[in-house]
Design a protein around this ligand. Structure first.
Ligand code: G1P
Length: 293
């Protein structure tokens, strides 16, 4: 089944300068946990234990985060703060991490193609960690893995967006099958509202079948002059091989300051609520490890 999850993480995060001048944007914390860790936790919860990062210059902190820091760990061992590390330690124990570098920034499709050596010839997931997704039940990737078991084709997660925001997303046209699942007929990257085939926008969660690599190899630059995963998926959709899934849960665009602040507020409140209600709730809506560690 699906074992691997790719995290394109070469982008600069210029919207967060100067914070991202020497720190990867994926390491920006939502409360006390970096964005990338939320993504890896979501992948592990979906059973994906082989994590691949497509990085670039200045991204070493990502590798270090998913490695042991002996000196630091030695210092806090036995202290009350040690519990704060249990979440990341569990990820390090249960997942393997590898990375490859994207030396030229030629778009998301190019980043995914750069990750091919980490994936090989098997279906895999892609997480854009800027898109923080939360759900009371199964995470978005878990929901998509379930769907893949049934349909065995590429799947993109979608949500409805305001019609004047289609230019920020890949947008699909599809036939509704059932329960938020669509068979995609066409997809367009960042269309003007007047050209958008719908207001169903792709968010940063994908399951891709490995034939996508051959398609990406011959995909010409599209929107913004970049090689777009949306254009490669559009080729697959012509053969009826792409589903769009309106996921259960909430997504925060943490690539924007506004989305980042909203997500921070949301997670903080969730943490507080958890703290106050822990004695009353038999099963809290999110585990403490999901929220805090
Ligand atoms: C990328 C994809 C786009 C998708 C979006 C979701 O765009 O190219 O299709 O809708 O992620 O966040 P980006 O935000 O990298 O410009």
């Amino acid at each position: 089944m699906i074992r691997k999850c790719l995290f394109p993480a070469a982008g600069y995060g210029t919207r967060f300068l100067p914070a991202t001048k020497s720190m990867p944007k994926e390491m920006l914390p939502i409360v006390n946990k970096p964005l990338i860790q939320y993504g890896v936790e979501e992948a592990l919860a979906a059973g994906l234990t082989q994590i691949g990062f497509v990085t670039g210059r200045g991204k070493r902190a990502l590798e270090d985060h998913f490695d042991t820091n002996y000196e630091f760990e030695h210092q806090i061992t036995g202290s009350s703060q040690e519990a704060l590390l249990s979440g990341i330690r569990a990820l390090i124990e249960q997942c393997s991490f590898s990375d490859t570098r994207q030396t030229e920034m030629k778009g998301l499709g190019h980043a995914i193609l750069t990750g091919e050596p980490l994936i090989g010839n098997e279906p895999f997931a892609v997480v854009l960690s800027d898109d923080l997704c939360m759900n009371n039940g199964s995470g978005v990737l878990s929901q998509m893995v379930q769907l893949f078991k049934q349909f065995r084709c590429s799947i993109v997660a979608i949500q409805e967006v305001p019609e004047d925001e289609t230019h920020k997303y890949g947008v699909i046209r599809g036939e509704s099958l059932s329960n938020g699942v669509y068979r995609v007929d066409e997809m367009v990257e960042k269309p003007d509202p007047k050209d958008a085939p719908s207001n169903l926008a792709i968010i940063g969660r994908y399951i891709l079948t490995p034939d996508i690599f051959d398609i990406l190899r011959v995909t010409k630059p599209g929107a913004n002059g970049e090689i777009q995963i949306t254009d490669a998926l559009n080729e697959q959709s012509k053969a009826g091989q792409v589903l769009a899934y309106r996921f259960k849960g909430r997504r925060f665009d943490c690539g924007s300051i506004e989305g980042f602040v909203t997500a921070t507020d949301y997670v903080y409140r969730l943490t507080m609520r958890w703290g106050k209600t822990i004695l009353k709730l038999r099963s809290p809506i999110m585990s403490r490890s999901q929220i805090l560690q």
